[in-house]
Design a protein around this ligand. Sequence first.
Ligand code: ATP
Ligand code: MG
Length: 328
Amino acid sequence: MRIFSGIQPTGRKHLGNYIGAIRQYVDGQDRGDPAIYCIVDLHALTVPWDPAVLRESVYDTTAILIAAGLDPDRCILFRQSDVREHTELTWHLSAVTAHGDLNRMTQFKEKSAKQRELSSAGLFFYPVLMAADVLAYKADTVPVGDDQRQHVELMREIARRFNERFGEILVVPDHRIPEVGARIMDLQEPTNKMSTTGGTESGTVLVLDDPKTVAKKIKSAVTDSGSEVRRGEGKEGIANLIEILAVARGTSEDEIEREFAGSGYGDFKGAVAEAVVDYLAPVRERYEELRPDEEALESALSAGAEKAREIAAGTLAEVRSAIGLGPA
Ligand code: ATP
Ligand code: MG
């Protein structure tokens, strides 16, 4: 089974990314044949960015992924822009992508509404690039958080439409969305997902936050006027913390509710804070060791790009030939 997933470059990876995506990457690296993980710097160009910061952020994210347990020798870990096939395939796929489908994408609507100056065409085109990322590798499975469900649906549609028109070349991939932890919510606005670009500062727990900051953010999470530690209507804040604690402890949400039946919110939050600190600490410590050695990070990424290019180039040769580009 071939696995592919992408993650945006930023040092501000958060608990939602860790639980919804990164944890699955590590889990998949020995199952994947191969498992391919891409730091999607081209996707980062769809909202305002600083060129120097972007370059650094790729190393930040690379170090976070390796610190979390990815081993560049057991998976393919690379930087998207190093493999030009992604951008070329984006164009070819645009021909079988419906404009109306792109218009319906929730992420586009949400992110474009937030842009103050320029809502770029790139933001609109994001799902086509994402389809190219996955389809270039003929991946079977795409581990993602719940927010990417719609984009994976669209890439399936794009692959089907391409195959109908040009022959069975592309693989129609399935998403892999975790049952618990697929949508971690912002601690201050528990009806919105925790997000790199859109969330609140104090409602977003960063993988690299120090233990004090993590504890403070969790202890000041918005809850409700009730007193029961259980999931339910109007209890999004508590439900989110129950989900986080279940993942951090490797147990179920039911189990957490049973354990904290009768406890107050203060005690419960204290337990969540402690568990999340323990959960993230080893990653942050490994990160501190890895991040300074940019040469080592760069060499891991370029070795990854070489392996990735080999696969993507094969797909592109087939695609070009099928759609009538180049000499016969
Ligand atoms: P942005 O909000 O700017 O899009 P992001 O926080 O979604 O950034 P990405 O790099 O786009 O970060 O996402 C990386 C992976 O993390 C994706 O698979 C995405 O589905 C997953 N993910 C993002 N936010 C959450 C969340 N709150 N809970 C669970 N998974 C998430
Ligand atoms: Mg995202």
